[in-house]
Design a protein around this ligand. Structure first.
Ligand code: GLC
Ligand code: CA
Length: 551
């Protein structure tokens, strides 16, 4: 199979990101080049041809910056360097050049809500007096109650417990994530300048875009006294009234960043991460005057079901219609259980509860999970917009629910007092070969244990094997790039059997998804371009998707 680099015209198309297939690399778990058990930039460099052959348009690299790893690299101690365990800036430059040569763009992660507690700014803040300019870069406050022993407000950490930590001199600082991730004060002009210069630092090195971590939390209501969060239920959509999230002022920051992106030719792209149920406010981050894209996690949060998928797709398309932003789709990421497992959970099961049983209650039907994952993926890849893939989903990797408690690394595990296992099960290092101490991830072990079943899911086991998940992804991405019916933004539902979805894209292209539990016939005049699995006597089996040409 040959890779097909994008044409020179496509390479400079300023709107390339609107339809790009983006592949997320979690560097520590991708490929290890020096046998220390930690994936690194050398490993990624050596596997770029694999990604070119897979057919992705861009790679989004989760943080590879110097980090004490209190939160898997999302705690950054230097925003403009590479963690020495992962490589050097020269290695990074080699990745950019090589990827570009293969027609692949590079997107890097920007984490502006918080730094590491080992960042020089935070060390300086701790060493400086109360009320000093060094402290003003973060959110330090006196506590309330007798002796100031009660946190300044009711704000809670995403990882469990209060969002406040007390320092030796009695003040408290805010951390919406781990205590090793102090939140920055975005009203401070130095903070604002630092991040604009950081964007330029990476854009000057040739990166094509940015993924903005917790993009909706930078602008906080810091009026005195601090306001409590009126509602701590994260399952509800935001409405602009929370003191921490999705405040109107946050958009000014991204308007300023847009000016930075537009200093480049083509303008750099960006995608916002905002974790809250998507609503019309979510899509505002994707306005062309701001970031251009915002992750739509509705598909990733949706359970299996025709009505559910349809509602999610309708909402996303309608929601973007007025804003000019680009559509995105996500089924898996480093933050949630992999969709090959999630979609096999019985209806109404909370994935975290299942993880808490180490995957024993219920024991999942791996076949069903994989069938549904492949069907959902093929549906996603037929939608207009930009799908984000997470490393290993092209192998059909399941969530690893039974990592030994002693081996867990996610801060969620400790901070919740072992009530939640966290996200390690989606971060287990990739299997490249059938055998070997870490299935070809590196020459030695892997920083999280891999289950024996990973061998038969490895790249080696699937490469060139007809019907494998890897070959399904390759074929779908090839067609997506070449089929005229998959270009453009046309989309229309067509009539479908009960519990099935059917939609048309551009000229002659139709996608049919069977979410029912019986085989369904395909339209008489259709020709099958590909399917997520074998058809049964020309019929589409349950949990399958087909791409069709229609006259
Ligand atoms: C985002 C990242 C997640 C990280 C958090 C704090 O949600 O995706 O992995 O823990 O931000 O930076
Ligand atoms: Ca390594």
């Amino acid at each position: 199979m040959s890779s097909s680099p994008t044409s020179p015209t496509a390479a400079t198309d300023p709107d390339w990101w609107r339809t790009a297939v983006v592949y997320q690399v979690y560097p520590r778990s991708f490929a290890d080049s020096n046998g220390d058990g930690i994936g690194d930039l050398g490993g990624l460099l050596s596997r770029l041809p694999y990604l070119a052959e897979l057919g992705v348009d861009a790679i989004w690299l989760s943080p590879f910056y110097p980090s004490p790893l209190a939160d898997g690299g999302y705690d950054i101690s230097d925003y403009r360097d590479v963690d020495p365990r992962l490589g050097t800036l020269a290695d990074f430059d080699r990745i950019v050049t090589t990827a570009h040569g293969l027609g692949i763009k590079i997107i890097v992660d920007i984490v502006p809500n918080h730094t590491s507690d080992q960042h020089p700014w935070f060390r300086e803040a701790l060493a400086s007096p109360v009320g000093s300019p060094a402290r003003d870069r973060y959110i330090f406050r006196d506590g309330t109650g007798p002796d100031g022993a009660t946190p300044p407000a009711n704000w809670v950490s995403h990882f469990g417990g209060p969002a406040w930590e007390r320092t030796d001199d009695g003040q408290w600082y805010c951390h919406l994530f781990a205590k090793e991730q102090p939140d920055l004060n975005w009203e401070n002009p130095q903070v604002r300048q630092y991040f604009k210069d950081t964007l330029r630092f990476w854009a000057d090195r040739g990166v094509d875009g940015f993924r903005i971590d917790v993009a909706h939390s930078l602008a906080k209501d810091l009026s005195h006294p601090l306001r409590d969060q009126p509602n701590l239920d994260r399952s509800l959509p935001l409405d602009g009234t929370d003191p921490l999230y999705d405040r109107e002022e946050v958009h000014t920051i991204y308007q300023e960043w847009r000016e930075v992106f537009n200093e480049y030719d083509p303008p750099r792209m960006a995608v916002a991460e905002t974790w809250s149920p998507a609503n019309e406010r979510t899509y505002l981050y994707a306005r062309p005057t701001e970031l251009g894209q915002v992750f739509d996690f509705s598909l990733l949060k949706s359970e299996w079901g025709a009505d559910r998928f349809r509602a999610v797709i309708d909402q996303a398309i309608a929601g973007h219609a007025g804003t000019g932003g680009g559509l995105t789709w996500v089924l898996s990421s480093h933050d949630v259980p992999r969709h090959a497992s999630r979609l096999a959970l019985p209806e109404g099961t909370d994935p975290d509860e299942w993880l808490n049983t180490d995957g024993r209650h219920p024991v999942l039907d791996a076949h069903l999970g994989l069938d549904r994952a492949r069907a959902a993926t093929l549906m996603m890849l037929a939608l207009p917009g930009s799908p984000y893939l997470y490393q290993g989903e092209e192998l059909g990797l399941p969530e690893v629910p039974d990592i030994a408690h002693e081996a867990l690394q996610d801060p969620v595990w400790e901070r919740t007092g072992h009530a939640l296992k966290g996200r390690d099960g989606a971060r287990v290092p990739l299997p490249w070969t059938r055998t070997g101490t870490s299935f070809g991830f590196g020459d030695d072990g892997a920083w999280l244990p891999q289950p024996p079943a990973f061998g038969e899911l490895s790249v080696e086991a699937q490469d060139g094997v007809e019907g494998s998940t890897l070959e399904m992804y390759r074929q779908a991405l090839r067609l997506r790039r070449n089929h005229p019916g998959l270009r453009g933004s046309d989309f229309a539902w067509t009539e479908a059997p009960s519990q099935c979805l059917s939609f048309d894209r551009g000229p002659g292209f139709r996608c049919v998804v069977n979410l029912s539990d019986i085989c369904v016939p395909l339209p008489d005049d259709a020709q099958v371009l590909m399917a997520s699995n074998r058809l049964a006597d020309g019929q589409l089996p349950p949990n399958h998707t087909a791409w069709l040409t229609i006259p």
